[in-house]
Design a protein around this ligand. Structure first.
Ligand SMILES: [Zn+2]
Length: 309
């Protein structure tokens, strides 16, 4: 039986690296948090704690930034995807600068951090947002849609009109296992032709072949090549999981996205949370005997007996 308890990391763990867009070095620490605390980002240098919630999203230009007053944290989506994917409900994500380190451009280093810390089950049932009615955002041929489903799944179709990224799709039912094996390692990517423009706009200053796939007109510039033939679509699935985590609660539903991005994903979360008829938040019953565990989180097929909160 999977654990339906809320979970946090068992101990503090840290990693240091540069921000993809700011180029600034920062140390990130994942720290335990109590039940019901949710995930928060803490600017240690400013003493400001920002809840990882859609209402705190302040920018979605190439990455997702959250903020509170003048305090901001940029590029939150990969660490959020890792926490969401590994079934962590409560965590303090401490950072001593304006941007989460990009590390290798994927969520794998954050998954390693969670595994290094270990996972602790808390004596409270998980909250799960169950999608009851389809919600969608459309913009021309772009789509982000959440549908009722028995589990949390994400399907993303990427199409950049580029020989290497045309109509590339990836779908996964998101569990700890599939997240770690099929999604977490997919890296962020950009086109060589865009780099100059991004850097002129003050973005991608920390970018390199060590933390991003760079695509030329017909080839991949990274000497090691791709980690998956469809790494681009897999990374977009990763991004969408991180963006959806800003709903502030685990989601049971099927996300179908076509050429979506951070802004559209946030618009979908806003529309979902703004339409109370489209979802329920249920509380799963907790196992009172639970202790520290590395057990797998499994969403139940039926949550009808769950208690609305
Ligand atoms: Zn990304």
């Amino acid at each position: 039986m999977g654990s339906w308890n809320q979970r946090t990391v068992a101990t503090r763990v840290s990693a240091t690296g540069v921000g993809l867009h700011s180029g600034r070095p920062a140390t990130l620490t994942l720290a335990p948090a109590p039940a019901e605390a949710g995930i928060t980002f803490v600017r240690m240098d400013l003493g400001v704690e920002i809840p990882a919630r859609n209402t705190h999203v302040v920018d979605t230009t190439l990455s997702t930034s959250i903020g509170l007053g003048p305090a901001r944290v940029a590029t939150v989506e990969h660490v959020l995807a890792a926490l969401h994917g590994m079934g962590i409900d409560n965590c303090r994500v401490e950072v001593d600068g304006p941007e989460i380190p990009i590390l290798d451009g994927s969520a794998a280093p954050f998954v390693c951090l969670v595994q290094e810390a270990g996972v602790r089950a808390l004596r409270a049932g998980r909250h799960v947002l169950v999608v009851d009615e389809p919600v969608e955002i459309r913009d021309g041929d772009r789509l982000a849609r959440l549908e009722p489903a028995d589990a949390f799944s994400v399907e993303f179709t990427a199409d950049f009109g580029h020989p290497l990224i045309t109509n590339q799709s990836f779908r996964a039912v998101v569990s700890e296992r599939t997240f770690e094996r099929e999604i977490a390692r997919a890296r962020t990517f950009c086109f060589r032709r865009d780099i100059e423009r991004m850097q002129a706009a003050g973005l991608a200053r920390g970018g390199s072949l060590e933390n991003a796939i760079v695509v030329d007109d017909f080839s991949i510039l990274n000497p090691e090549g791709l980690r998956f033939p469809d790494e681009f679509a897999r990374h977009k699935v990763l991004d969408a999981i991180g963006d959806l985590a800003l709903a502030g609660v685990a989601v049971q539903g099927a996300l179908v996205a076509v050429k979506s991005g951070h802004a559209m994903n946030q618009a979908l979360v806003r529309k979902l949370l703004g339409d109370e008829a489209s979802y329920r938040v249920v509380r799963l019953s907790a196992d009172a005997e639970a202790e520290a565990t590395s057990g797998r989180v499994t969403l139940p097929v039926q949550v009808a007996e769950g208690r609305p909160t």
